[in-house]
Design a binder for this molecule. Structure first.
Ligand code: ADP
Ligand code: MG
Ligand code: ZN
Length: 420
């Protein structure tokens, strides 16, 4: 020891230019390099990508990466190529010739990593292609998309259980930042990964300050918050509807805060432009629906603000988790009012889902309500939701800890509204 460095560490240094592994990375990587299956739960920004990229480089053959983020594949592959990694992708944005070229590279054993969209694997042609090359591992990124009751369910993910059946000797690694027990179990079950080793990092994000204010005039409250605490900072503001996204972006611009809107109603070109401006410019705010954010790797997002109540604690955690990936102080700010709860209750009841779906959605909403109504430490409550405990009962970096709320009658008020 001392003189011999592991292949993984050498790859980390030489290819990626980093000195050391973080958290569970090394344990996960060694396990997969040795041929084991892994289910990896790590918060956003913890560095899940290296957990499959390094084993793909160390093991012989090509690492197949399944990712739902088609819009980001090109960027990811370009970034890897810039580091000298032989990476490619196949998805619907390419024409036939481009696809054939990548396929040929894969079959010839010229790729370290091949990114595929999940819907590909429903095609026999794609499975045939895979059987013509040598595979080092399968990585299933954003694996919570296989959870049917989760907020990002993709039916195509269910077909991925075929990988373990057809290639029983190829290690599989499923990765996600969503950690509820239910999601966890669904990933293991739906992907047929019962024998996998589980790695679970702490979900605490100590540099994020959690604050929930009583909703009154939300746009004005937001403006005050941004002017007082985040002048010139980059951040994300989430709204429920496209209409409020547009109005809020306009309002911020009129009041001296540069902002761009992002929602599924904008054409693809405008969305791509606004996303890349957000990534490249300094101090820009994106006002968005939840259509924005998955897979975005911008380290210096200083605040995430919610003008409307998220539908679940998982959603809230993922969205706020986009703040402060660089580890510097950041704020998760939300304006919350009981009218939001009433509105969402109605939406659930009049929505399309069957009774089971409605019950689930209502349970998600109740948990979110619990987080908003608590007079205890928000962080403790958030971690407890994910089955984790923090060392001290009070974190010192949330509104409850910083300015202990007077015990008010909110809970009773909430129950009244909810029982109608
Ligand atoms: P996740 O998928 O878990 O959200 P990423 O894999 O996108 O996170 O990594 C987040 C950022 O952290 C990236 O910019 C990545 O290069 C960086 N990173 C990951 N591991 C390390 C490490 N061991 N040392 C330094 N930086 C790292
Ligand atoms: Mg990731
Ligand atoms: Zn706290």
């Amino acid at each position: 020891p001392g003189l011999t460095q592991s292949d993984s560490l050498r790859t980390l240094n030489r290819v990626f230019g980093y000195d050391s592994f973080r958290g569970d990375q090394e344990a996960v990587i060694e396990h997969v390099v040795a041929g084991g299956d892994a289910v990896v739960l790590m918060p956003t920004g913890a560095g899940k990508s290296l957990c499959y990229q390094i084993p793909s480089l160390v093991r012989p053959g090509t690492g197949i990466v399944i990712s739902p983020l088609i819009a980001l594949m090109q960027d990811q592959v370009d970034a890897l190529r810039a580091l000298g990694v032989k990476a490619g992708f196949i998805n619907s944005t390419q024409d036939y010739d481009e696809q054939r070229l990548v396929e040929a590279e894969f079959v010839a054993g010229e790729l370290d990593l091949l990114y595929l969209a999940p819907e590909r694997l429903r095609l026999d042609s794609a499975l045939d292609l895979l059987s013509r090359g040598k595979i080092s591992l399968f990585a299933i990124d954003e694996a919570h998309c296989v959870a049917q009751w989760g907020h990002d369910f993709r039916p195509d993910y269910l077909a991925l259980s075929v990988l373990g059946e057809r290639w029983p000797d190829v290690p599989r690694i499923a990765l996600t930042a969503t950690a509820t027990r239910a999601t966890h179990q669904e990933i293991t079950k739906n992907l047929g990964m019962d024998g996998a080793r589980h790695f679970e990092a702490s979900f605490d994000r100590p540099n994020i300050q959690y604050r929930i204010v009583s909703k009154d005039d939300p746009k004005k409250q937001l403006l005050r918050f941004l002017k007082d605490e985040h002048p010139g900072d980059a951040g994300i503001v989430y709204c429920l509807s496209r209409n409020s996204v547009e109005k809020t972006a306009e309002f911020l611009n009129r009041n001296g805060i540069p902002a761009v809107p992002y929602h599924a109603g904008l054409d693809a070109q405008t969305r791509a432009l606004h996303q890349s401006r957000f990534l490249r410019e300094e101090g820009l705010t994106v006002v968005a629906t939840i259509a924005f954010g998955m897979g975005i790797d911008k380290p210096d997002v200083r605040f995430v603000a919610h003008l409307d109540l998220p539908k679940s604690v998982e959603g809230y955690y993922q969205e706020t988790g986009r703040a402060g990936r660089d580890g510097l102080p950041s704020t998760a700010w939300m304006a919350y009012g009981l009218q939001d709860v009433v509105q969402q209750r109605k939406m659930i009841q009049s929505g399309e889902g069957d009774l089971t779906f409605q019950r689930r959605a209502a349970a998600h909403l109740d948990a979110m309500l619990g987080l908003c109504e608590t007079v205890q430490c928000r962080r403790a409550q958030l971690l407890a939701y994910f089955g984790q405990r923090q060392e001290t009962p009070a974190c010192g970096n949330c509104d409850s800890c910083l300015t202990p709320p007077e015990s008010w009658d909110g809970t009773v008020a909430a129950q009244k509204v909810l029982s109608t």
